[in-house]
Design a protein around this ligand. Structure first.
Ligand SMILES: [Zn+2]
Length: 150
């Protein structure tokens, strides 16, 4: 996890912008089930608590996540899972915001880029199958708003 920098500071409140992610979450649960979102939330909370401890933050007040559409996360379910999971922890009271990122692909034959709602393995411009995904697998912290200790 790489901290890319302090964006804004107002009194003891600080907004941090992150650029890196923990990814791979090993469970095979299908998207849109509470189990799926719950286990993602647990991985996120683990990271946040570790960061809070390491940086000696008083509390984390707001969390913004980038989640690619390939992750099959339903934002409402994720928010519910988050609220449930933070209850009674040091993150209790913090707010979660989810930014859904569309899937984007690039063709290595004609270099065109496009967005798609579904997985696509054929270029719509030249019909090549040399297609790779450039956006849609994200599972990362975008920003964190924290309150620092005195
Ligand atoms: Zn192409």
């Amino acid at each position: 996890m790489i901290l890319s920098g302090l964006v804004e500071g107002r009194g003891k409140l600080r907004l941090y912008l992150y650029s890196c992610a923990w990814i791979d979450q090993k469970d095979p649960a299908v998207g849109g089930t509470l189990m799926h979102e719950m286990s993602l939330v647990e991985a996120i909370l683990e990271s946040l608590e570790e960061m809070q401890k390491k940086n000696n933050w008083k509390r984390i007040t707001r969390v913004t996540l980038n989640i690619g559409k390939m992750r099959q996360v339903i934002p409402e379910v994720m928010e519910f899972a988050y609220k449930t999971a933070i209850s009674g922890t040091t993150l209790d009271g913090s707010e979660l915001e989810i930014r859904s990122l569309d899937m984007r692909f690039v063709c290595s034959s004609c270099s065109m880029e496009w967005g798609e709602d579904e997985m696509s393995f054929v270029c719509p411009f030249c019909s090549s199958t040399e297609v790779s995904m450039i956006q849609g697998m994200e599972l990362e912290i975008n920003t964190l708003e924290v309150e620092e200790n005195d």
